[in-house]
Design a protein around this ligand. Structure first.
Ligand SMILES: Cc1ncc(COP(=O)(O)O)c(C=O)c1O
Length: 446
């Protein structure tokens, strides 16, 4: 077996895992209307190795809060907690889920640009780390504080927009003058001095937060965003005359590569660049806690989806393979096919054995929803595929199931985790059972 370093995402055993899954009856041809021959699979050892690597690279005063929005399955929340991670939550429901799954409140980070007053109160009563998105939210916190008893561990952060510019994906670029997130850090010295004064006056505020952007942001931009946040925190501390800002939250944002099985850019490249440009965050005497909020880079490359092909159609220039997952799971790939999340496809026969890569022709891998754009991958070069054959869509471990939509009332798939044993066989664990039709249509009831 290839070493973890050479094979960080477990590519060497991926095909064998699919064959074993078929042998174990996990992609059975349907017998009832509840059955769908489609499931999401995670290489749990590779996923855990990746998290261990993150923990080892940065420092013992860092808390790596995995972004729940990328993969909110409770199995992963519990395992992240057990391994010493926190949870970054984009909604109050994610906060409730994190607390329910045993995270200590100070390890739950609540980020949302549109928090209601009851949500803010709930988070503060529970002792959850709250990152305020804007100065109006700061005013709300000021108003709420007299009625609350904050614990000593309470973290209250302010999100800055470091204005380092857009990355290659407009929808994920949150560091422009048009961004809806954070308090913009305009370069005007007068403006910055006023902002420093405002923050110094809010003496309970002890954290500065940035999330410079997601997929498509280069390392340089991410590092510049963190540099700007640390400079601002230092200016606050100087103005306050003591270490008011003790915590820095650098957000997530490390891009995912969809071209091959490498983790590019790597966490070690990011850690090195940060060590070089923002050494303060590696020194616990300057900032006692540093938080990261990685999402995509924690999950995407460690999961794949397998579906049987229900029907094959000949079309101009190739074939269309109709499968059981479409834009309801692969939302980003279907709606923005030219921009991001281009899933690689591997072909298997009906018994789950790899099909030889000969006589390749273009296949559109199309979903089951009722609109023309419901195509997950266009022109995948595959050997001629038939009804009942199986396709594997790689790099599907994050921002897929968590974006599931109710369009056409499609059921969510089952999710399985696997580990390869020393004798090369596999064990499978159910991480989420199938969604029944009654639960799928339940959301439409009055
Ligand atoms: C505030 C915040 N933190 C963390 C993340 C996770 O980012 P990524 O998946 O790019 O690591 C996001 C993504 O939208 C975010 O908005």
């Amino acid at each position: 077996m290839a070493s973890a370093e050479l094979d960080p995402v477990g590519a060497a055993c991926r095909s064998a895992a699919l064959s074993a899954a078929v042998d174990a009856g996990l992609l059975r041809v349907p017998e009832t209307i509840e059955d769908k021959p489609m499931a999401l699979f995670y290489d749990l050892d590779a996923w855990e190795r990746n998290l261990a690597n993150i923990r080892a690279l940065f420092g013992s005063h860092w808390l790596h809060a995995c972004a729940a929005k990328t993969n909110p399955l409770f199995w992963f929340l519990r395992r992240e907690k057990a391994l010493g991670h926190g949870a970054e939550c984009a909604s109050i429901a994610e906060v409730v889920a994190a607390l329910e799954n045993g995270f200590a409140p100070e390890n739950v980070v609540f980020d949302s640009p549109s928090k209601t007053i009851p949500e803010i109160r709930y988070a503060l009563e529970k002792g959850v780390h709250l990152n305020m998105d804007n100065l109006q939210e700061l005013d709300r916190v000021v108003d709420l504080l007299p009625g609350l008893q904050l614990g000593e561990q309470q973290v209250l952060g302010l999100r800055l927009n470091p204005l380092v510019g857009a990355g290659s994906i407009a929808a994920f670029s949150v560091s422009t003058g048009k961004s809806k997130f954070g308090v913009p850090l305009y370069p005007d010295p007068k403006y910055q001095a006023e902002l420093v004064q405002r923050v110094t006056k809010a003496s309970f505020l002890n954290c500065i937060h940035v999330h410079t952007g997601s997929g498509g942001m280069g390392l340089k931009q991410l590092v510049s965003g963190v540099r700007a946040a640390v400079d601002f925190a230092k200016a606050v501390n100087e103005a306050a005359g003591h270490q008011q800002v003790r915590i820095i939250d650098i957000g997530g944002g490390l891009s995912t590569n969809f071209e091959d099985d490498t983790l590019t850019p790597s966490f070690s490249e990011y850690a090195d660049a940060l060590r070089q440009e923002v050494p303060e965050i590696f020194d616990a005497s300057q900032f006692e806690r540093v938080i990261s909020e990685f999402g995509a880079s924690c999950h995407i490359k460690f999961g794949w989806l397998a579906s049987r092909i229900e029907y094959i159609k000949e079309c101009d220039g190739g074939r269309i393979a109709l499968i059981h997952a479409g834009s309801e799971i692969f939302l980003r790939s279907s709606y923005c096919p030219d921009t991001f999340m281009k899933h690689r496809v591997l072909p298997f026969d009906a018994t789950g054995r790899p099909k030889a890569a000969t006589d390749l022709i273009p296949h559109d891998i199309a979903g089951p929803l009722c609109f023309a754009g419901d195509v997950v991958v266009r022109d995948a070069m595959l050997p001629p595929m038939d009804q009942g054959d199986i396709v594997m869509l790689m790099d599907a471990g994050g921002n897929t199931l968590s974006l599931h939509t109710t369009h056409c009332s499609r059921q969510m798939p089952s999710v399985f985790g696997y580990r390869q044993l020393p004798d090369a066989s596999f064990t499978f664990e159910t991480l989420k059972g199938p969604q029944l039709i009654k639960d799928t249509i339940g959301v439409w009831r009055p």
